[in-house]
Ligand binder design. Structure first.
Ligand code: HSE
Length: 425
């Protein structure tokens, strides 16, 4: 039977879950996978945490050197996060001829080419299933389940924190601030929530996923990013009445005009399968030219779900001695032949506060007409003291036209403020 020794770097939530699965299911993996996997050592500053997981003292390494020099370690699992010490440790592991399994999307999105070059040089594996959408096996699906396809689009809820916040705002009428506080209380959001709520986490994941899906390097700089911190519960409620659900989507499309990659709050139809993905759940919808539509759904974070993805990589690494790497030119700056679409087309939801007097709606619609934007639907809600909200849903149009229209609205005396501009799929 094949044997493999594992080192786990970092025993936070995910490291703990990985340790638990690997130790509790050792016999199960021998039986079902034909591999005997042993956790040889761990590296964790907080010794109490290591002891609380029942790890023997002799398995707690004192330094990364001790880990990478251990001949019994074949696979190093990095679950520290960030790009500081995690990058140093991963590089040392690869240079020492160990395969690496990581859940670190930021590290991967920012440094994939150089890490892959090290892995190739040493003929070791570099696995990152857990970096995107936690326990959902999206990377293996893209790499090993869809080779027959040209993937046309990838669209997903790839951040659980923001999905929890938006669900709370939609179903309980909470404000953004209230929902964020609750997410922090439950441990879904960090004390500093920026990476999640401003869409950085989703951007890292989308750059990795769309690179794999389209077989072209998509750098994080290529991804348009907008978070949810400016979302107003009024728009979620108006959207709901009009048949739409608001989600933070990661959207990637490979079109004749080029690759389009963006992360932003998006209204989708209430009957879109992604609309019913709630709370901290994640889902990814793929379209391949042979298979058609596929949707994967599951937990994008958490000890055991993310541990599940890591362990699947560990088992893969333990069973294989030849590894594959990106099928595209994996340059840090991307490939100059790849075109990206920046002025993409979309339908738009636009809400503005206006003075409620004769002729205002006509003026607003004339701006749309002059900018060559076709209106799909209009709603007006009168408020107190002579003010009203005008909500316009447009037909599909270019982003640049919408920007022009917004500039014109801002100059109209009757428009007090453009309150929301939300893309629709
Ligand atoms: N903070 C991330 C999320 C965890 O909310 O999805 C997994 O990347």
């Amino acid at each position: 039977m094949k044997k493999a020794g594992v080192a786990i770097l970092g025993l936070g939530v995910v490291g703990g879950g990985t340790y638990q699965i690997l130790t509790e299911k050792k016999e199960y993996f021998k039986k079902t996978q034909g591999v005997d996997i042993t956790v040889e050592c761990v590296l964790e500053k907080n010794l109490d945490r290591a002891r609380s997981l029942g790890i023997e003292e002799e398995k707690i390494a004192k330094s990364i050197e001790e880990v990478v020099c251990n001949p019994n370690v074949d696979i190093v699992v990095e679950v520290i996060g960030g790009t500081g010490v995690a990058k140093t440790f991963v590089t040392k592991a690869l240079k020492s001829g160990k395969s690496v399994v990581t859940s670190n999307k930021e590290l991967f999105a920012k440094h994939w080419p150089e890490l892959e070059a090290e892995a190739k040089k040493m003929n070791v594996g570099l696995f990152f299933e857990a970096s995107c959408v936690g326990g959902v096996p999206i990377i293996r699906t893209l790499q090993e389940g869809m080779q027959a396809n040209k993937i046309l689009s990838i669209k997903g809820i790839i951040n659980g924190t923001t999905n929890y916040i938006l669900t709370k705002m939609a179903y309980e009428g909470s404000s953004y601030e209230e929902a964020l506080k609750e997410a922090q209380r439950l441990g879904y959001a960090e004390f500093d929530p920026t990476a999640d709520v401003e869409g950085f986490d989703a951007t890292y994941k989308l750059s990795i996923l769309s690179s794999l899906a389209f077989n072209k390097k998509v750098c994080i700089e290529n991804v348009y990013r907008e978070g949810i911190s400016a979302v107003n519960k009024k728009d979620i409620a108006y959207g709901k009445e009009m048949g739409y659900t608001l989600k933070l989507l990661g959207i990637g499309k490979d079109t004749e005009k080029g690759v389009e990659v963006r992360v932003h709050p998006t209204f989708i139809k209430n009957d879109d399968p992604l609309a019913s993905v709630n709370d901290s759940f994640n889902a990814v919808h793929l379209v391949g030219d042979a298979v058609g539509e596929i949707m994967l759904y599951g937990r994008g974070a958490g000890a055991l779900p993310t541990g599940s993805a890591i362990v699947s990589d560990v088992i893969f690494a333990a069973k294989h001695s030849e590894f594959f790497y990106a099928g595209f030119e994996n340059n840090k700056k991307g490939n100059k032949d790849t075109k990206f679409v920046s002025d993409f087309t979309s339908k738009y939801y636009i809400r503005m506060s206006v003075t409620d007097k004769p002729g205002v709606l006509a003026k607003v619609s004339s701006v749309f007409a002059k900018t060559n934007i076709s209106i799909f639907e209009v709603r007006q809600v009168s408020e107190n003291e002579g003010t009203a909200q005008i909500i316009v849903v447009t037909h599909e149009c270019n982003e640049s036209l919408v920007k022009k229209a917004i500039e014109k609205f801002q100059k109209l005396e009757e428009v007090t403020a453009v309150k929301a501009v939300i893309r629709m799929e």
